[in-house]
Each structure stands twice: as C-alpha cells, then as structure tokens.
Ligand binder design. Structure first.
Ligand code: SF4
Length: 200
C-alpha cells in the first residue's frame, strides 16, 4: 500500500530542522526533528518503513493510505454528525473581531479588527433565537461557542450575552453550555469564574 501526507496535516517550522505538525481532523500533534527522511520515503516507498511511521499513521492520521478520499470521508462524517445531533443548536458568537495578537497563521489576517457587538445587535439576536426555539421544539440543547477575534476582550458583552442565553435556555427548559476559543491572555481567575457560571 502507498501512503501520502493527510490533507489535514499542517507543518510549522520551529527552528533548525524541527517541525511541529498537527492533524486538524484527528487533533493529533507531534514534533519531528527532521522531515527529510519521511519525504524521501513518501516519494519512494520502497525503502524500509521510517521509524516514526507507526506514530504518524493509524489513528493519529498524519499519514494516510494514498487511495483514501479524505474529503469524501470528512463530508460523510460531517453529515452524520449534523443529522445525529439535530436536537443540538450550536451558536457561534463573535463579540469582537479585535485581537491583541497577530499570529502568522491567523485566517482572519487582513480583516477589519475593530468594534464590539452592540447591545442592540445582541438583543435582536436573542429575540430571534427565542423565536427559533419556539418553531423548532425538537431543539433540546443550546451551546454557545465564543469566537472572534479574541472574544474575552469584550468581557462585559460576553457576560451579558451568556447571561441572556442562559436565562433563555432555562426559560425554555433546554440544556445549556458554553465553549470558548481564546488565546488565553485574559483568562485569569475572575474571567474563569464568570465563564464557569455559564457551564463552560
Ligand atoms: S490569537 Fe487567534 S484571533 Fe488572534 S491573531 Fe492569533 S489566531 Fe488570530
């Protein structure tokens, strides 16, 4: 069987010949002290298996069989999750697009990074969500994922939004929890306590 790098594997040079690699499908992370022997082996695939092969293949998924159609498999798993979780409503809330960092891999580079969501937008959204829940009674769980920019830069808005969503979920007798994607710079004990109130 021939092998290839997974399309979901990305490579970050971290100095010298070292690379940090991550597979965004499996979540696996590894550090390689060099890429050359692996790339030579992948070109050739006649030489003996490289010693890192067992770690890179299998459930870690950095390297996959060449015949594998990864997009098709991802599509099927996405559709399966979507239809098997029809009673879960996941909301991505972007309180602000501001961020203190400028990571070279940020896919939001170059966009306008200003402003914080206004109370008026938030209130209209909560009204819309309440209506949505009324006409979709099969929704039994509500999850709010905070995203940005760096969402914790808008602490007041986040607190206000999560409070409104939790009140709405309780009123409608829905399960509720919160997730956050953050760079962690503002994640102190006060922030953690605030987020914990909303089932983070
Ligand atoms: S912390 Fe996140 S949002 Fe901010 S620049 Fe880095 S990747 Fe982008």
């Amino acid at each position: 069987m021939r092998y290839k790098w997974s399309v979901f594997t990305v490579f970050y040079p971290i100095g010298g010949e070292n690379f940090l690699i991550k597979n965004f499908l499996t979540g696996a992370v590894a550090i390689l002290d060099t890429m050359k022997p692996l790339n030579i082996w992948l070109d050739d695939q006649v030489l003996p298996l490289p010693k890192s092969f067992d770690i890179l293949s299998g459930s870690n998924g950095f390297i996959v069989p060449e015949s594998k159609d990864e997009f098709d498999e991802y599509n099927k798993s996405f559709l399966f999750k979507r239809f098997s979780q029809a009673n879960l409503f996941t909301l991505h809330l972007l309180p602000t697009m501001k961020c203190q960092l400028d990571c070279h891999y940020c896919f939001e580079r170059g966009i306008r990074r200003q402003g914080i969501m206004t109370d008026s937008v938030l209130n209209r959204f909560v009204c819309w969500l309440e209506r949505y829940m009324e006409i979709n009674p099969e929704v039994s769980s509500l999850k709010c994922v905070l995203f940005g920019g760096e969402p914790l830069l808008a602490k007041q808005l986040v607190d206000n939004a999560l409070s409104k969503l939790k009140i709405l979920a309780d009123k409608k007798r829905k399960e509720y929890w919160t997730e956050v994607t953050t760079n962690g710079l503002l994640l102190d004990s006060n922030m953690a306590r605030m987020l914990k109130q909303y089932n983070l």
